[in-house]
Design a protein around this ligand. Structure first.
Ligand SMILES: [Zn+2]
Ligand SMILES: [Zn+2]
Length: 140
């Protein structure tokens, strides 16, 4: 598929469009991805390195390559801290944090990797009650 999908960071300074194809979609539960995202898992879509066009904010992006890791890296908007797409350390893929996309990438998660490292609360959260929005009586 070669549909264009727009994306960007929380503050809006960084914006981009990705032409695809979206080749893979993995949820990674490894401890590094949990730290990196502050959440239960990373949601990473893979595309080819030349599939992205930066519309704005490229100079606002900082990249971090975890020194002791072979592959783990991240990039983020220095103003709002949101993760943004980056080229993998081996140069072979564009890695897109799926939540940065505004539209439907037309691909769904294929698997959960590093499942044995998942957060102890992950499955309980996925199974917990669903509300359309934040309920008034559930504020901490
Ligand atoms: Zn931002
Ligand atoms: Zn991971």
């Amino acid at each position: 598929m070669s549909e264009q999908v727009r994306g960007g960071c929380l503050c809006g300074r960084v914006a981009f469009v990705i032409a695809g194809p979206f080749e893979a979609f993995h949820w990674c539960h490894c401890s590094r991805c949990r730290k990196d995202t502050g959440s239960a898992h990373a949601s990473n879509i893979f595309s080819s390195p030349d599939s992205i066009d930066w519309l704005s904010g490229k100079d606002e992006i900082k990249r971090f390559d975890l020194p002791e890791a072979k592959r783990h890296a991240k990039a983020f908007c220095t103003h709002c801290g949101s993760p943004v797409p980056y080229i993998g350390r081996n140069g072979a893929y564009l890695i897109i944090p799926a939540g940065t996309l505004d539209g439907d990438p037309g691909i769904v998660p294929q698997d959960n990797i590093f499942w044995n490292s998942r957060a102890s609360w992950y499955e309980s959260g996925a199974a917990a009650e669903k509300y359309a929005e934040e309920p008034e009586d559930r504020r901490p």
